[in-house]
Every structure is written in C-alpha cells, then in structure tokens.
Design a protein around this ligand. Sequence first.
Ligand code: ZN
Length: 101
Amino acid sequence: MYCYLCSQEYVGLLTTNYYCESCLRIKRYVNIHNKRVIQILDSVLSRSVEKQNNKVKLEVINEIEKKKEELDLNDSISLYNNKDKLITELKENLKKSKKTH
Ligand SMILES: [Zn+2]
C-alpha cells in the first residue's frame, strides 16, 4: 500500500488505513491541534537548520511560559476555592496563640 500523504510504500494492518504510521500520527496531531500544527510547521520548517533550532527553542520557551501561566492561574483558583478553609485555620491558630500567651 502507498501512503496518501507521503506516497511511501508501507505495510498497513488495516486496509481502510490510508496513511503510513508516521503520517497517521501527523493526522492525529492535525485532528487535535488543528491550524496550530500548520503554524508551527510554517514557523519552524521555513528556516535554515540553525534558525530552525533557535525557533524550536523559542517555541519550547513559549510553551513553558504558557504552561506556567496556566499553572499559576490554577494555583490562584485553588487558593481562592480554599480561602474559607485557610481563614478558619488562621483564626484557630490565632486563638491557640492567644491562649498560650
Ligand atoms: Zn506517510
């Protein structure tokens, strides 16, 4: 069988599979991330190898920053959701400390 995307011959387990293993992975990425896959490919592959490496590093840094922001936001939400518990704990600690003095 020949892959519909890369045209390489491959051994497919299912006759209904139009793509080789690698292209099937690419297809899954496109299904999940949609246009972002094209944006990343355009921004990375349209450069020289050295510039590609720099771009990949930059993309990785951007992904890390995004994740950090998400995590910070989740921390804030979690803190907010636990605020009543925290206030109660603080009040109890304050009461305890008053009793001992
Ligand atoms: Zn393929």
